[in-house]
Design a protein around this ligand. Sequence first.
Ligand SMILES: *[C@@H]1O[C@H](CO)[C@@H](O)[C@H](O)[C@H]1NC(C)=O
Ligand SMILES: *[C@@H]1O[C@H](CO)[C@@H](O)[C@H](O)[C@H]1NC(C)=O
Ligand SMILES: *[C@@H]1O[C@H](CO)[C@@H](O)[C@H](O)[C@H]1NC(C)=O
Ligand SMILES: *[C@@H]1O[C@H](CO)[C@@H](O)[C@H](O)[C@H]1NC(C)=O
Ligand SMILES: *[C@@H]1O[C@H](CO)[C@@H](O)[C@H](O)[C@H]1NC(C)=O
Ligand SMILES: *[C@@H]1O[C@H](CO)[C@@H](O)[C@H](O)[C@H]1NC(C)=O
Ligand SMILES: *[C@@H]1O[C@H](CO)[C@@H](O)[C@H](O)[C@H]1NC(C)=O
Length: 331
Amino acid sequence: MSCAVLRNALVALLLAVLSKGLGVRAAEFGHLPDNITVSEGESVILRCKIDDEVTHKAWLNRSNILFTGTDKWSLDPRVSLVNSNDSDFSIQIERVAVADEGPYTCSFQARNQPRTAHVYLIVQVPARIVNISSDVTVNEGSNVNLFCLAVGRPEPTVTWRGFKFDLQSEGEFLDITEIKRHQAEEFECVTNNGVAPSDTHRVRVTVNYPPTITDVKNMPAQLGKSAVLRCEAMAVPTASFEWYRDDRRRVESDSTLQIKNERTRSLLLFNNVTDKHFGNYTCLASNSLGTSNASMLLFRPGAVYSRGVDAAMSASLGVWLCLLLSLLMKI
Ligand SMILES: *[C@@H]1O[C@H](CO)[C@@H](O)[C@H](O)[C@H]1NC(C)=O
Ligand SMILES: *[C@@H]1O[C@H](CO)[C@@H](O)[C@H](O)[C@H]1NC(C)=O
Ligand SMILES: *[C@@H]1O[C@H](CO)[C@@H](O)[C@H](O)[C@H]1NC(C)=O
Ligand SMILES: *[C@@H]1O[C@H](CO)[C@@H](O)[C@H](O)[C@H]1NC(C)=O
Ligand SMILES: *[C@@H]1O[C@H](CO)[C@@H](O)[C@H](O)[C@H]1NC(C)=O
Ligand SMILES: *[C@@H]1O[C@H](CO)[C@@H](O)[C@H](O)[C@H]1NC(C)=O
Ligand SMILES: *[C@@H]1O[C@H](CO)[C@@H](O)[C@H](O)[C@H]1NC(C)=O
């Protein structure tokens, strides 16, 4: 290092000390420190206007010397001198990092007076979601706790949104107690700090519940014609269906009837109704959470059907008739 460099360095150090300790005497060039705002990763130029009377000049980052005159002291390759002449002494920082945030000082000596110009570098970071709940599947009645962690400078806001009921909830956590089936949907986390467009991410909440059979109807049928019995069930996960005859005998597809299962319903298709088809059919819908059943009749129009207790009574009536008949026959 040459003598001149060392001398400049010493001056710079002196200026640094002066600018810290004797802030009042050291003329602030014009006004309060300017804030320079830059986004992380961008380049920034820190300008320092001087005049032709300047004899020594330096740039400091806090109390570290970056440049004294045109001599670079900083080892950081991102820092460079963009201009140095009698009226301008400016440096550039490339790929600005959060650690670069802070006060920078241009110190110089003119007419034997130390002077300083301060700038405060503010480094912004766009709001970004860094961790968020995965899609979840819960049983109806459970509590759901979603989180959405975001980072950014300045500190970003985090909001959860639901679309079905226009839900809006501030903060990183969304807690739903005893969730109901109709609350199942995609929730969206939005984070924003005004630096860049907001960052969003969605989380799907699936609510499982046991089947509920929603639609059953007794159906009339004509001999020799086709007929259909329907069983519709709401369930998550989707239900699987089975059919029973008189609540006991499992109904299987055969040449005369066919079971057609769809996502939310099951159809019992009779392609050629015969006498043996008339009767009471039970549809059983089941999923991992439970089962539900409902009964319906395939009936001959005009025929009178009795239900439950009545059926039992007519059965016993039949027994009495038989008894009576056999008694009469014996006589
Ligand atoms: C610089 O930013 C700080 C904090 O953000 C603020 O208090 C101050 O007023 C700003 N200074 C100028 C000159 O804008
Ligand atoms: C110093 O450099 C700046 C930028 O290149 C230029 O605008 C200005 O005229 C120069 N001043 C002198 C005195 O050379
Ligand atoms: C400024 O100083 C801080 C703290 O010493 C350091 O982390 C940062 O890298 C420096 N930035 C520049 C551009 O020199
Ligand atoms: C996200 O958060 C969860 C729960 O706090 C944690 O288990 C997981 O390790 C985090 N993932 C990352 C990438 O930080
Ligand atoms: C229905 O079945 C009856 C008796 O088995 C038969 O006579 C008739 O042709 C069938 N009708 C049709 C449309 O297949
Ligand atoms: C239908 O439900 C009733 C009442 O829960 C039950 O007693 C009956 O066994 C069920 N039928 C079938 C076929 O599962
Ligand atoms: C059909 O069977 C179910 C189950 O045994 C019973 O509850 C219902 O009353 C029966 N329907 C008729 C009309 O007999």
